[in-house]
Design a protein around this ligand. Structure first.
Ligand SMILES: Cc1cc2nc3c(=O)[nH]c(=O)nc-3n(C[C@H](O)[C@H](O)[C@H](O)COP(=O)(O)OP(=O)(O)OC[C@H]3O[C@@H](n4cnc5c(N)ncnc54)[C@H](O)[C@@H]3O)c2cc1C
Ligand SMILES: NC(=O)c1ccc[n+]([C@@H]2O[C@H](COP(=O)([O-])OP(=O)(O)OC[C@H]3O[C@@H](n4cnc5c(N)ncnc54)[C@H](O)[C@@H]3O)[C@@H](O)[C@H]2O)c1
Length: 496
């Protein structure tokens, strides 16, 4: 039987970062992946495909230019499913190639097959030809990710009632779409299709959406979606979904209302992919959503030597955080020094328009009793915004009145997911409102919005007291320091 220092199950963001980190520390590493190609959900059905689809949709529809040329402007009049798929295949091929090359040059071994436990340090790998091999390791990392939640009552057919993994296989662009589930996946796809002129209805039993985002940003977002005729049926339940003889689908909502649509996308959450791992043989148990509990600093499970990272451990379930979790888990697994993950990380929601945020929301500031001031800049106030023809988009900064520190950054609009990193750096380096007032920003850029929002807040906050650098944080504000952020994180997780 082959013996390794570290075996990683799953080649998504968590698995690949972990494998390469351990290999860089001269460890013998094996990655087991059941999929036809390495990359995980992130490369094949999640992050990369959805973002490629978004980019293609925005380019072909001429969406970004409509501020100038009017709402009727289109780069391509008839956009087909094939148009969308073409760019997808090229991007995915490239991603896989880069990853395979990384594994090869770092001497990470990789085996195709489905892994399950035989004992806490030994796995059985079932290959496609039904051949079975056993491998063992000093440490094992489970980076198996998730799969879509597919309840029995939903009549999935892979064509007109689909989950988010199946969406990429669609043959025709729907003229109408009902999205069930207003989570991040549902909202991203709903707005992408709306940009392609599909008539979109979003249904969710919860009365609000994206609760972890600052309310003012969600209000702006909701206004923009309604302004372009998207139907948001929040606080309503899709009770019945039926295939009609003409190939359409009928969705009956609990109010009795019926919607006839070309396609239904069911996006009501995901389940940890742990059911085939034979966890019992390792002494492990998953929760009701298939997720594993780990020590949040080391990512070790309750069984010494078995680690778990990425979506399978639950919140925040992002490719970005999964990579960092995988790296930390691998370092701990092979006995290297590892720091716990940074508590303030950004969220990027690639809806149309995009949203990005880091730190505390205005609602969290109130809950914690931290006196604060906000600064707001609209993209249309920036020269870059004029050049780009933007009529929407805003940046909101939240500062503590006591210490003047930046505690929250919330952005909606073009390039929000890139712009957020400026705020993230200032926030994590404990910068104050003076950073934005006293520094010069490139002109004309959208980043200038930071300057405008900083000045907006500063005008209301007044001059800094002379010895502000020595100002002690108020007790309530101490709770906003990274060490105590976990509570807010838990709340965000609960809100999801
Ligand atoms: C539609 C969509 C859009 C998203 N967009 C974003 C985004 O914009 N930004 C962002 O940060 N995140 C995004 N995410 C989330 C992101 O994709 C996940 O956080 C990330 O993929 C999780 O990585 P992971 O390493 O946990 O595992 P995954 O990427 O889920 O990969 C797990 C791998 O393990 C394999 N596996 C499972 N069980 C076994 C087994 N028994 N044996 C062998 N192999 C096994 C699977 O085949 C899979 O390849 C999106 C997700 C979806 C679904
Ligand atoms: N840009 C990004 O970072 C990005 C993009 C996509 C996905 N993701 C990650 O993927 C994960 C999964 O996303 P998701 O959107 O599938 O899940 P989610 O848990 O975020 O949202 C699910 C939504 O479905 C609703 N819902 C739950 N059960 C339902 C039911 N039976 N019928 C109808 N609606 C129901 C919920 O009220 C919720 O609004 C998220 O945790 C997210 O972090 C991230």
């Amino acid at each position: 039987m082959n013996q390794y220092d570290l075996i990683v199950v799953g080649s998504g963001p968590a698995g690949r970062r972990a494998a390469i980190q351990a290999a860089k520390l001269d460890k013998k590493v094996l990655v087991i992946e059941q999929g036809r190609r390495v990359g995980g959900v992130s490369v094949h059905t999640g992050t990369i495909p959805s973002k490629t689809l978004r980019e293609t949709a925005l380019n072909l529809s001429g969406w970004r230019e409509r501020g100038f040329y009017g709402k009727a402007y289109r780069v391509k009049q008839e956009i087909s499913a094939d148009d969308l798929r073409r760019r997808l295949l090229i991007t995915l091929d490239h991603e896989v190639e880069v990853l395979e090359h990384q594994f090869a040059r770092n001497r990470v071994q990789h085996m195709r097959g489905k892994a399950s436990f035989v004992s806490p340090d030994t796995l059985e790998i079932q290959k496609d030809d039904n051949d079975v091999v056993q491998v063992s390791a000093k440490s094992i990392l489970l980076a198996v990710g998730t799969r879509p939640f597919r309840p029995d009552y939903m009549p999935f057919d892979g064509r007109s009632v689909i989950d988010s993994d199946e969406l990429l296989e669609m043959q025709n662009l729907p003229r109408s779409l009902v999205v069930i589930g207003a989570g991040v996946i549902g909202i991203e796809y709903a707005t992408i299709f709306s940009a392609l002129d599909t008539a979109v209805t979003v249904i969710d039993p919860k009365a609000t959406m994206l609760d972890f985002i600052d309310k003012e940003i969600v209000e702006d977002f909701t206004y923009q979606l309604r302004d372009r005729n998207m139907k948001l049926m929040l606080g309503q339940k899709a009770e019945k979904v039926e295939h009609m003889p003409d190939g359409k689908v009928q969705v009956t909502v609990d109010s009795g209302r019926r919607i006839i649509t070309d396609m239904v996308l069911f996006a009501a959450g995901r389940m940890g992919a742990t059911d085939t791992l034979n966890l019992a043989a390792a002494g492990l148990e998953a929760d009701s959503r298939g997720r594993l509990r780990v020590n949040p600093e080391t990512f070790e499970t309750s069984v010494p030597g078995i680690f778990a990272a990425g979506d399978v451990v639950g919140f925040p379930s992002l490719a970005s955080t999964s990579m960092e979790q995988g790296r930390i888990a691998a370092r701990v697994a092979v006995g290297a020094i590892a720091k716990e993950p940074q508590k303030y990380f950004p969220y990027g929601i690639y809806s149309v328009p995009e949203i990005s945020t880091v730190g505390l929301t205005e609602e969290e500031m109130k809950e914690r009793g931290i006196p604060y001031e906000c600064g707001i800049a609209r993209f249309r106030e920036t020269s870059r915004g004029h050049i780009m023809g933007l009529d929407s988009g805003m940046l909101k900064l939240i500062f503590s009145m006591k210490t003047r520190r930046l505690l929250g950054v919330h952005i909606i609009g073009e390039t929000a997911t890139e712009l957020v990193h400026i705020g993230q750096a200032v926030l994590n380096l404990k910068g104050t409102v003076e950073y934005f007032v006293e520094n010069t920003f490139n002109y004309p850029t959208l980043a200038e919005a930071y300057k405008i929002a900083g000045l907006d807040a500063w005008n209301r906050m007044g001059e800094a007291p002379k010895d502000e650098s020595k100002a002690a944080p108020a007790p309530a504000e101490k709770a906003a320091t990274p060490a105590a952020k976990t509570k807010a994180d838990d709340k965000k997780a609960a809100a999801k």
